[in-house]
Design a protein around this ligand. Structure first.
Ligand code: PFF
Length: 464
C-alpha cells in the first residue's frame, strides 16, 4: 500500500479529532439549543446521548479506520461484503454536503472577523444584507476553502496535525479569556441563569431529536470522519481513552461557549435576555451590538477575538470534512494527494453555491422547499442541514453500529480496540461497548431516525 502518512503521536490525533469535533456546532449551535430547549434539562439529555450513544459509535469508527487504514468506502468494503460500501458512500455524500454549507457559514465568521477589526459593529443590524451579498460572502468563503485545502494538501502530520496543534490551544486560550471577561460584565449571572436553570416542560420530541442531531454533528460522527482520522492512528494508541478525551473536550468547549455567550447577551439586554432564544442569528446579529457597547477599542479587541475564535474552530472542522473525500480519492482512485485536494475543494465549493445564495440572494434558493404540514418555506441551507445533520448522521450511526456488530462481528471490534489497550478485553467497558453497539445504538438511533424524518419532513408526529 502507498504510504498514506499518519499522526505522529496519540496527542496529535486527539488534537486533530477534537479540532474536528469542536467547531461552529459548539459555538454557534449548542448554546442556543440549550437556551431554547430547557437549559440544564437539555444539557442532561445531551450528555446522555454523548456518552451512551455517541461514545461507542466514536470508538467503533476509530477502530474501523485503524483496522483497515482506509477511507470509509474502502473500509466498509474491506471488512464486510462489498454492498456495505454504500454506507461509506453515504458518509462521503454527507461530508460533501456538510462542507458545502459549513464553508459558507465559516465565510461569515471570517468576514465578521475582518469587519470587527475595521470597527464595523453595525454589521449586526445588517446581517441579512451581508449574507445576501454574494460577492463579499463568496470572497470570504473562497479564502476559507483555500486555507482548508492548503492545510489538507500538506498531509496528515505536516498539515492537519500541525494546524490542530497551533489552532486548538489558541482557541482554548481565547474562549477562556472571553468567558472570564464576560463574567465581569453587569448582569452576567442573569445570563448564566437563563442558560442553565432547568425547565423540563421544554423537553419535547423536537428538542430530543435536535439534541441527537446536535450530538452527532458536534462529535463529527456518523459519516466516517473518524473512520478517516482513525485510519491514520498508530496501533499502540489507546482508542478508548482517546475517544473519551475527544468527547470530553467537545462537550466541555460547547458548555463553556454558553457560559461565554449568555452573559454577553444579558449585558446587552440589561438582564432581560430579550432575543436570546432567537437561534442561529444570535451570534451574528446580537453579539456585534454587545461589542459595540464595550467602546471602540475594547469592542474591536473583544469582537475580533470572538470571530477569530469562531474561524479557528471552523477551520479545524472544515479540514476534517475535506479529508474524508480526499482520502477516498487518494485511496480508491490512486490520485496524488495535492491534486485530489484541489479537485475536491473546487467541486465542493461549487456544490456550496446554492447555500451561498439561500440566505437572501436568490428567492428560489431562499425559499427552496415547503415540508408537508409546514406553514412556511425552508431555505436550501437549512434543508441541507436537516437532511445531513439531523437525518443522515444518526442513520449513519445506526448503520455503523449494525455493521460492526453483525457484519464485521463484535469479537473483531473488541480485538481491534484491545490493541494498545491490553486490559480492555473482558473489562466492564468492553461489555458496555458490546451491548451499546449491538442493541442500544441500533434500537435508539433507528427509532429516532424514523421519528425525525416523519416529523421534520412530513409533519407526522408520533411522539411528543
Ligand atoms: N463537529 C463540527 C462542529 O461541531 O462544528 C462539524 C463537523 C465536522 C461535522 C466534521 C462532521 C464532520 F465530519
Amino acid at each position: 500500500m502507498a504510504n498514506r502518512g499518519g499522526f505522529s503521536s496519540k496527542l496529535g490525533f486527539i488534537m486533530a479529532a477534537a479540532g474536528s469535533a469542536v467547531g461552529l456546532g459548539n459555538l454557534w449551535g449548542f448554546p442556543f439549543e440549550v437556551g431554547a430547549g430547557g437549559g440544564a434539562a437539555f444539557v442532561v439529555v445531551y450528555l446522555i446521548f454523548c456518552f451512551i450513544l455517541c461514545l461507542p459509535v466514536m470508538i467503533t469508527e476509530i477502530a474501523i479506520g485503524r483496522k483497515t487504514q482506509l477511507n470509509p468506502v474502502g473500509a466498509f468494503k474491506a471488512l464486510g461484503h462489498k454492498n456495505w460500501s454504500i454506507v461509506g458512500y453515504m458518509g462521503l455524500f454527507c461530508g460533501v454536503i456538510i462542507l458545502s454549507f459549513y464553508n459558507v457559514v465559516a465565510g461569515w465568521a471570517f468576514g465578521y472577523f475582518i469587519e470587527m477589526l475595521l470597527g464595523n459593529f453595525e454589521i449586526g443590524q445588517n446581517f441579512s444584507s451581508f449574507t445576501s451579498n454574494v460577492i463579499k460572502v463568496g470572497g470570504y468563503a473562497t479564502i476559507f476553502m483555500f486555507s482548508t485545502a492548503f492545510i489538507v494538501s500538506k498531509g496528515i502530520s505536516g498539515g492537519i496535525e500541525k494546524a490542530a496543534k497551533i489552532l486548538m490551544p489558541t482557541l482554548i486560550l481565547i474562549i477562556l479569556s472571553l468567558t472570564a471577561y464576560a463574567f465581569t460584565l453587569d448582569h452576567a449571572f442573569e445570563g448564566v441563569k437563563f442558560y442553565l436553570v432547568p425547565d423540563f416542560s421544554k423537553i419535547t420530541f423536537p428538542v430530543i431529536y435536535n439534541a441527537l442531531g446536535q450530538a452527532f454533528f458536534s462529535l463529527s460522527l456518523g459519516m466516517g470522519a473518524l473512520i478517516t482520522y482513525g485510519s491514520y492512528v498508530g496501533k499502540n494508541d489507546n482508542i478508548v481513552t482517546s475517544a473519551a478525551l475527544i468527547t470530553l473536550t467537545d462537550v466541555g468547549i460547547a458548555f463553556i461557549a454558553g457560559l461565554m455567550m449568555f452573559p454577553f447577551v444579558a449585558y446587552l439586554t440589561n438582564g432581560t435576555m430579550e432575543g436570546a432564544g432567537q437561534g442561529a442569528g444570535l451570534i451574528f446579529t446580537v453579539l456585534p451590538g454587545v461589542f459595540q457597547s464595550l467602546g471602540s477599542t475594547l469592542g474591536v479587541i473583544i469582537g475580533s477575538l470572538f470571530f477569530l475564535l469562531l474561524s479557528f474552530a471552523a477551520l479545524t472542522s472544515t479540514v476534517s470534512l475535506l479529508e474524508v473525500p480526499v482520502a477516498y480519492v487518494v485511496d480508491e482512485h490512486k490520485v496524488r494527494r495535492s491534486k485530489a485536494v484541489w479537485m475536491v475543494a473546487i467541486l465542493i465549493f461549487i456544490i456550496g453555491v446554492p447555500s451561498l445564495l439561500s440566505n437572501g440572494a436568490s428567492d428560489f434558493w431562499s425559499s427552496f422547499i415547503t415540508y408537508f404540514g409546514a406553514e412556511s418555506a425552508t431555505d436550501f441551507m437549512s434543508f441541507a442541514q436537516h437532511v445531513a445533520n439531523d437525518s443522515l448522521l444518526p442513520l449513519g450511526g445506526f448503520l455503523i453500529s449494525i455493521f460492526a456488530a453483525y457484519a464485521w462481528k463484535k469479537h473483531n471490534l473488541i480485538e481491534e480496540i484491545t490493541q494498545g489497550n491490553d486490559s480492555f478485553k473482558g473489562s466492564v467497558i468492553a461489555k458496555f461497548i458490546d451491548i451499546a453497539i449491538s442493541f442500544i445504538c441500533p434500537a435508539i438511533l433507528g427509532t429516532l431516525f424514523v421519528l425525525t424524518v416523519l416529523s421534520r419532513f412530513f409533519g407526522i408526529t408520533l411522539i411528543g
